[in-house]
Write a protein that binds this ligand. Structure first.
Ligand code: GDP
Ligand code: MG
Length: 597
């Protein structure tokens, strides 16, 4: 398509403000799919995305639109994820476009991710079209929200478009605004190929599919391309676009978005942000590129049944094919046997991977407590990175431990502010700023990531009845007074339950953990002490009383089938137990103990 008739845009919004619904509506209006193909939320294609109503992978669609000026336009839409764990995907999607539709729920107003996304769009020099969604709701206050956008974000919202993505009202005006208010891409067709590697994934039929934005030149089938960062060359086998169906296409010219496939073996062979050029005629000026997505939260994943280890290995390998941000390596635990130490972008990412492993591959799993990466300076002078509390060096060899901190932005209705400040304070937060946006408070805190990974988001939602929104970015490492807390069951340390904690919070955490385990571990024939300890010092203790009678005693003399049944039931129960010395700990105990505060 001639460049003047191309528009590339992202849809950015806080979660649930209606990005995906609007995207679906745009696809429908441009006739990208027939009525029958138009399933609810076409763009949220993964099962989990559809069920949870969130977008994980950014998606791209090429639409054709006949505008009021009578010309045909190609509109390339990128839907972006709204959750903070996937902020990385937002940034690379934005780099592939010239403009953004900023969708704001007209009944909710500006939220934490609205701000975070808008700042990223402005960093990418985007032209921004504000769109007020959900005007069909009785609670919608478009005029007030326009004012709020101007006050808080500082962009002109006087010509914001009022729409209901649900009913379709106002959506045609969005298409016109894309054409008239967003700039076309600028590129040189005659120059050597220069393309941005936006994303890549594994497709069962096509192999590795690479999503690209062409900056200069032309990408064609049969061409030999070079990835400058990865220092690899490949022959282009197919070139295509998404309408949103995958359709093969003769070529992609400057300003266009599309995909190609070639002899690429794994997603890991492609680096998001890399510059792609022609092997024989290379571009002189590579694109700036991106920092790779780094996992920040780690946990061990083990099969409940040790016999499932090979299945778990296969499943994890398959997941990784499509998710380069997820990392893993083998791990052995005295308590849990063979498993994997896995890295994630955040807690939601962790939950999603766990859920996919158990759902798509039908595996029963135990995950250990999530841990951040600590930097430990040793007496010998060197510094190590600790991904697993079980590998913590002897405390006498440690000079200091540093942990990652983040800066959080929280927006909340005024009435919940007190409870939120207390929550942040309890989590070692340091207040940076507090201001007002209409009747909403906007507070900034510096917090240790360690205090956020467990359940901060859940707690925040609960103390604000769901009204507070939250966004963060990692800032720096700071030295902290951190200690390793071990849990001992019947005198034996359970490695899977050990964690690094802030010394001031250790006793409370230890006590809570012991109390929880006391409820969760069934009584045995003997008394079982459950202890939390730092080094050799016990800081909390509970005791599980011994069983007084044999379970079978009740059936003594009773009929044999009943006795059989009871024994079978116990056996089935056993399979889900883990043995520690003489004690059986049910799988639920790990999950529950690790989940709690
Ligand atoms: P996303 O997280 O930004 O992608 O949001 P979704 O598109 O998934 O929408 C979140 C929820 O808001 C869904 O339940 C939608 O049905 C609903 N929704 C989206 N647009 C509208 C609208 O214009 N009016 C109303 N009443 N609900 C909407
Ligand atoms: Mg969505």
């Amino acid at each position: 398509a001639p460049q003047d008739n191309i528009r590339n845009f992202a849809i950015i919004a806080h979660i649930d403000h209606g990005k995906s619904t609007l995207a679906d509506r745009l696809i429908q209006l441009c006739g990208g799919l027939t009525e029958r193909e138009m399933k609810a939320q076409v763009l949220d294609s993964m099962d989990i995305e559809r069920e949870r109503g969130i977008t994980i992978k950014a998606q791209t669609v090429r639409l054709t639109y006949k505008a009021q000026d009578g010309r045909d336009y190609v509109l390339n839409l990128i839907d972006t994820p709204g959750h903070v764990d996937f902020a990385y995907e937002v940034s690379r999607s934005l780099a592939a476009c010239e403009g953004s539709l900023l969708v704001v729920d007209a009944s909710q107003g500006v939220e934490a991710q609205t701000l975070a996304n808008v700042y990223q769009a402005l960093d990418n020099d985007h032209e921004i079209v504000p769109v007020l969604n959900k005007v069909d709701l009785p609670a919608a206050e478009p005029e007030r929200i326009k004012q709020q956008i101007e006050d808080v974000i500082g962009i002109d919202a006087s010509d914001a478009i009022e729409i209901s993505a649900k009913t379709g009202v106002g959506v045609p005006a969005v298409l016109e605004a894309i054409v008239t208010r967003l700039p076309p891409p600028k590129g040189d067709r005659e120059a050597p190929l220069k393309a941005l590697l936006v994303d890549s994934w594994y497709d069962t039929y096509l192999g590795v599919v690479v999503l690209v934005r062409i900056v200069d030149g032309v990408l064609k089938k049969g061409m030999r391309i070079r990835m400058l960062g990865a220092e690899a060359s490949h022959e282009v086998e197919t070139v295509g676009v998404f309408t949103p169906k995958l359709v093969s296409w003769p070529e992609l010219g400057p300003g266009e978005l599309g995909f190609f496939t070639g002899s690429i073996k794994e997603v890991a062979d492609t680096a998001v942000g890399d510059t792609i050029t022609e092997e024989r005629r290379r571009t002189a000026a590579p694109l700036p590129g991106f920092r790779p997505a780094q996992p920040v939260v780690f946990c061990g994943i083990f099969p409940v049944d040790a016999a499932d280890f090979e299945d778990l290995r296969t499943a994890i390998g398959k997941l990784r094919l499509n998710d380069a941000a997820f990392t893993y390596e083998m791990e052995t635990s005295a308590a849990l046997g063979f498993g994997f130490r896995c890295g994630f972008l955040g807690l939601l990412h962790l939950e999603i991977v766990q859920e996919r492993l158990s759902r798509e591959f039908n595996l029963e799993l135990i995950a250990t407590a999530p841990s951040v990466i600590y930097k430990i300076r040793l007496t010998k002078g060197d510094e190590i990175e600790l991904h697993n509390p079980a590998d913590m060096p002897d405390p006498v060899k440690i000079v200091e431990i540093a942990e990652p901190w983040l800066r959080a932005t929280i927006l909340t209705p005024d009435e919940y502010l007190g409870a939120i400040l207390k929550l942040c304070q309890d989590r070692r937060g340091i207040q940076v700023d507090l201001s007002y946006v209409g009747n909403r408070a906007m507070v900034q805190y510096d917090l240790p990531l360690n205090e956020v990974v467990f359940d901060f988001y859940d707690r925040l939602k609960s103390v604000s009845k769901g009204y507070a929104s939250f966004d963060y970015h990692l800032t720096e490492y700071r030295v902290g007074d951190l200690v390793k807390m071990q849990i001992l069951v019947n005198g034996e340390p359970v490695d899977a339950l050990s964690m690094l904690v802030y010394r001031g919070a250790a006793e409370r955490r230890g006590r809570a953990m012991c109390e929880k385990l006391k409820e969760l571990i069934p009584p045995h024939m003997f008394q079982i002490p459950v202890q939390a300890a730092i080094g050799g010092n016990v800081i909390a203790r509970e005791t599980i009383r011994a069983l007084r009678k044999d379970v079978l005693a009740k059936c003594y003399g009773g009929d044999v089938t009943r006795k059989r049944k009871l024994l079978d039931k116990q056996k089935a129960g056993k399979k889900k137990m883990r043995q520690f010395g003489k004690v059986d700990i049910p799988q639920e105990a790990f999950i529950a103990a690790l989940k709690m505060e």
